[in-house]
Every structure is written in C-alpha cells, then in structure tokens.
Design a protein around this ligand. Structure first.
Ligand SMILES: [Zn+2]
Length: 117
C-alpha cells in the first residue's frame, strides 16, 4: 500500500461551467468527466459522509433543501493534492483529493457487461 500511485496525478483540470462538468486528464493518459450533480452528491466531507451512511441505515429518505441542478459556486486548489468544491445551495466543505476523484471517476467501476464489438 506504500507504492506511489502516480495514476491519480492530474495533468490537466477543466471546470466547464456551461457544460456543468468537471474534467480531468490523468498522468496515465486516462480522462474523466464528472457532472456537477454527481460530484456534489459524493461530497467527501464528514457531514455528507455521515448523511449518506444514515441514508443506508434508514430506507426512508426525507429530502429537504433545494431541488434542481447543482451549481458550482467556486473551486479552489487545496495544496497540491486536492480541490475544494463549493456548491451553491449545497455543501462547501468538500475537499476532493485527487485520489478520491480518481476513485470515483465515472466509468472506472466495472460496467455491467456491455457487448464489445
Ligand atoms: Zn459535504
């Protein structure tokens, strides 16, 4: 577990507000695109993690707060290893490390057996 993981090193970061998408190009050459809604829903801060855990425990979901599209208020680098996304009307405490972003990249999870040509 101590081997350096350089895969999760971004060489290019693009915040595309019109497309409501955040894109990363990794040192490995892979490219990932994250919709704002997807990213906001996976906020890694302690509060949101706790909320997600609670939701797993309790199947009754009471959704409060604004519905509708998640807007990105601001995004800042945190040191050299993470980004802080601030969601308008949502959470502003999420520190998304590049390791975490790499981990949750859409399309990385094994896709349900799509037929290959
Ligand atoms: Zn949060």
């Amino acid at each position: 577990m101590s081997a350096p993981v350089d895969k999760a090193h971004p060489v290019d970061l693009t915040v595309d507000k019109p497309a409501r998408e955040f894109r990363v190009e990794w040192a490995s050459g892979e490219k990932s695109a994250y919709g704002f809604d997807y990213l906001a829903a996976l906020c890694p801060c302690a509060n949101c993690k706790e909320e997600r855990k609670e939701r797993e425990r309790n199947p009754l979901a009471v959704l409060s707060g604004p519905s509708g599209p998640t807007e990105l208020e601001n995004v800042e680098m945190v040191g050299r290893y993470a980004l802080n996304f601030i969601w308008r009307g949502g959470c502003g405490a999420g520190i998304y490390s590049f390791d975490y972003l790499y981990e949750i990249a859409p399309g990385r999870a094994e896709s349900p057996g799509e037929g290959e040509g």
